[in-house]
Write a protein that binds this ligand. Structure first.
Ligand code: CP3
Length: 358
């Protein structure tokens, strides 16, 4: 594998020195960009956009054309796996994802099978290969998946939820059934992420967006245990290059030590935790990614710049181990100019901090 010309993102994840702090944004290709809305309109729907490798490639490249970002992320969704399992995914405007056949009955759960990523999810591996060609070794490409528990939340609830009534009931009343789902999901995620690596992904991120809704004991048993299993089964080196893996448990600030021990290379952080505290707690074990509140981007550019400097100051001295990002996905209401201000100030200020040191 040829190393990208700008490899600062990979270097930071491996805690190697960089000249500045690399930055990319969760959901960097999305509805805040008018060109994304235009391509989605041409595709007909969000899911059709995900399922067309050439259109998925087109929208992956859009934020890189506008901003000096240090990584690209595959344009897709975490719900491709349950869709490939036959749960019947659709997205309705303004309502988010919905499954036609949520997993509620024991027979349906027992019937669940691991999809072959090169068959049912071929559009994803094809998109990865096409994006790598389009990137032409400029910046690294991140592949991703949802965590087994986060996927299970959508599969059991049948869509987005605030209460998580169905999955929590299953967790306490029929833990055997939930463990069965999680074990199939873990095998599916491992095969899916490995197929992305074989197709050209140079780093991986696992989104555990709902792990934070669990108690500490339940987090360890129903989310972390399966993350560990996946991390043990992933391809971690290809053509002599390490494939770093980032684990992002939203609301996981209380469990950083546990996550740092899971076998990941980096932890994604939401904005609730101070980076300095996170760094003190994980020490040299893993790199950190995050963690600006995405709502900062609604403020004027000078505020965006000063809030970005606070995040960099909180991480503190040293020239490695931090990838700048938001603490969650960028909002569709974000003014695109705010992102220009953010990327410029992260690059400029982090460079100046490194110069000050010497
Ligand atoms: O980061 C990127 O740019 C890559 C693309 C990406 C998307 N979804 C595109 C998307 C990634 C990494 C995801 C992950 C994802 N999807 C997560 C984990 C991250 C998180 O936000 O916690 C989750 C929970 C999902 C499931 C999902 N997909 C929901 C709940 C929704 C609806 C929410 C909304 O904003 O409408 C989606 C849709 C979705 N996924 C959009 C995009 C750009 C918006 C859909 C559209 O264009 O209409």
């Amino acid at each position: 594998m040829t190393r990208p010309r700008n490899d600062n993102f990979l270097r930071a994840l491996l805690r190697q020195p960089t000249d500045y702090t690399p930055i990319w944004l969760m959901r960097q290709a999305g509805r805040y960009l008018p060109e994304y809305c235009e391509t989605r309109r041409r595709a007909g729907s969000f899911l059709a956009l995900c399922k067309s490798p050439s259109l998925a490639c087109e929208v992956t490249m859009q934020p890189l054309a506008r901003y000096d970002l240090d990584a690209a992320i595959l344009f897709s969704d975490i719900l491709t796996i349950p869709d490939a399992m036959g749960l019947g995914l659709s997205f309705s405007e303004g309502e988010g994802p919905r499954f036609e056949r949520p997993l509620r009955e024991e027979w349906a759960i027992r019937d669940l099978a691991v999809p072959d990523p090169y068959d049912h999810l071929r559009y994803v591996t094809d998109a990865v290969a096409e994006i790598r060609r389009a990137l032409d070794n400029s910046v690294p490409l991140i592949g991703f998946s949802g965590s087994p528990y986060t996927l299970a939340c959508y599969m059991v609830e049948g869509g987005s939820s605030t209460e998580f009534r169905h999955i929590k009931r299953m967790l306490y009343a029929r833990p055997d059934l939930l463990h069965h789902i999680l074990s199939i999901n873990a095998d599916a995620v491992t095969a899916y992420l490995n197929a992305q690596v074989e197709s050209g992904a140079q780093a991986l991120m696992i989104f555990d967006s709902w792990g934070g809704n669990l108690s500490q004991a339940a987090y360890r048993e129903f989310s972390l245990a399966y993350l560990r299993q996946i991390l043990a089964g992933l391809i971690r080196e290809r053509d002599g290059e390490r494939i770093p893996v980032i684990v992002f448990t939203k609301g996981g600030g209380l469990w950083l030590e546990d996550i740092a021990d899971s076998g990941c290379d980096a932890i994604g952080l939401d904005w609730a935790i101070e980076l300095s505290e996170a760094r003190r707690r994980v020490g040299e074990r893993v790199a950190l990614q995050g963690n600006l509140d995405p709502a900062v981007l609604f403020a004027p550019s000078d505020v965006v710049a000063s809030e970005a400097r606070k995040v960099l100051d909180s991480y503190g001295r040293g020239d490695s181990g931090h990838v700048f990002n938001l603490g969650h996905g960028i909002s569709q209401h974000t003014p695109p100019e705010s992102v220009t201000a953010l990327v410029e100030s992260v690059h400029a200020y982090s460079r100046s901090l490194r110069q000050k040191k010497t």
